[in-house]
Design a binder for this molecule. Structure first.
Ligand code: AOS
Ligand code: ZN
Ligand code: ZN
Length: 426
């Protein structure tokens, strides 16, 4: 989608300024006792999945404004993720959504994935909409429904998702349920939970033993009185009920304002049940804004907890599946995704710069100010040259967004796919 030479040409122009800034931060870090090259290697290894549904413009119930050139098929979605990965070398997988992304020509898809250096991150089920030709409606819920026939249909759909995923070597099923109630009295709260737990257990028992089920929670929307899985505690209880390969998925936007998300992350890692992450930014709720655009310090604190947990041999948490889950109502989706990946990597890099031994000592000695200052010092470090260097070393662009713009890629996508092409999604 973009010639390797174009990226190199772009990098040549950026190189002198980049080198100057990189040398400066490397010197600062070395004087503090860090190994900057090791940090760059850690950034290089951090890969973030792109969801297939984030490649088109998102909408609200009030409208949707297409940007043009949106991918019209799974193949074109893979091409877009391939382009993002080519630019930043940090997005080597794509998450699928069934039924929007049912694979048709499997060998050709596999070849396309390999060609772009991509794998499938997860398969996401959809029981929040009725599809045409569907026998039973999910208007009153899916896995929680009072009628067995509806529950069975939803269970079957999830098992189908696993079957599609198996064809493309995926190993993760993500379940997000819109199930809930809009009015007091609508649900028998305990029975609705029980039915959900049993349905999830049925899906789980049909999964291959090397698959993981990620259970996502959300406090409100689309139901506004009660959600079946409103919080991490419910997700955790469901994971324990269904089996050891079930893990909690934290979506940053799925918390009420001012929730201490970093503490939730710490708790789940302590229990060894944090399996997945959906990155986005939010002001009010599930706003699906660019990651780090509103509360960068909170994002850093979350990464601080993640890095601490990942480095602690006492923490027995599985590998975490990282994904962006955002909607792009206003921006070019590809530009937003490039911004998001940079924001995530910057937060990760800053968390790697926390002096953990000093922080631990300050905490043990109840030196509140010193503990806070250690975090602030890492947070206020300009890590952008480290992120850029990680991308450059892997053949990506020093500034992926600028490279994308300079190559006029949106214009060529519009020319190829049309001004009114619309990607499947919300
Ligand atoms: C919904 O709010 C959740 O964030 C889901 O993870 C996801 O956005 C949905 O499955 C995409 O359709
Ligand atoms: Zn999500
Ligand atoms: Zn969401």
């Amino acid at each position: 989608m973009i010639a390797h030479e174009q990226i190199q040409y772009h990098n040549q122009a950026q190189a002198p300024e980049h080198e100057t800034r990189l040398q400066f931060i490397e010197g600062v870090l070395e004087r503090k006792g860090f190994n900057p090259r090791q940090i760059i290697e850690q950034i290089r290894a951090f890969q973030i999945a792109i969801p297939s549904w984030a490649l088109g413009t998102g909408g609200t119930r009030f409208g949707r404004f297409s940007i043009g050139g949106e991918p019209r098929s799974l193949e074109e979605k893979i091409e877009d993720v391939g382009l993002i990965h080519q630019l930043n070398r940090s997005a080597n997988s794509i998450s699928l959504h069934i039924p929007w992304d049912i694979p048709k020509d499997v060998p050709a898809l596999k070849q396309l994935l390999t060609q772009h250096g991509l794998t499938i991150d997860s398969v996401n089920s959809n029981t929040f909409q009725d599809q045409k030709d569907q026998i039973h409606s999910y208007k009153y819920g899916s896995l929680c429904h009072t009628e067995n026939a509806v529950r069975q249909q939803a269970i079957e759909h999830n098992i189908q998702c696993v079957e599609h995923g198996k064809q493309l070597d995926a190993k993760v099923l993500t379940v997000w349920l819109a199930d809930g109630s809009n009015f007091p009295g609508q649900h028998h709260l305990r029975k609705a939970y029980q039915r959900t737990a049993e349905s999830l257990a049925d899906i789980y028992s049909a999964m291959p033993p090397d698959w993981t089920m990620l259970i996502e929670y959300k406090p409100y929307e689309p139901n506004f009185y009660s959600m079946i899985i409103p919080d991490w505690g419910t997700s955790y209880a469901l994971c324990q009920y269904v089996g050891k390969n079930a893990q909690v998925l934290v979506d940053l936007g799925h918390h009420l304002p001012n929730t201490n998300i970093e503490q939730i992350v710490g708790r789940l890692m302590h229990f060894g049940r944090l399996g997945g992450f959906h990155f986005n930014g939010s002001m009010y709720g599930d706003d699906d804004l660019t990651t780090g655009s509103i509360k960068p310090f909170q994002l850093f604190l979350i990464f601080n907890e993640l890095v601490d947990g990942m480095n602690d041999p006492a923490v027995k948490n599985p590998d975490i599946a990282w994904m962006i889950d955002a909607s792009h109502n206003t921006k070019d989706p590809i530009e937003d995704l490039l911004q998001s990946v940079n924001g995530i990597l910057a937060a990760y890099a800053r968390a790697l710069l926390v002096d953990r031994a000093a922080l631990s000592q300050a905490q043990e000695e109840n030196d509140v100010v010193q503990a806070e200052e250690l975090l602030r010092d890492a947070f206020l470090t300009d890590v952008r040259p480290l992120v850029a260097e990680a991308m450059r070393l892997d053949g990506g662009a020093i500034d992926p967004l600028a490279a994308y713009r300079a190559a006029h890629i949106r214009a060529s996508l519009i020319e190829k796919r049309g001004k009114f092409s619309t990607a499947t999604g919300l």
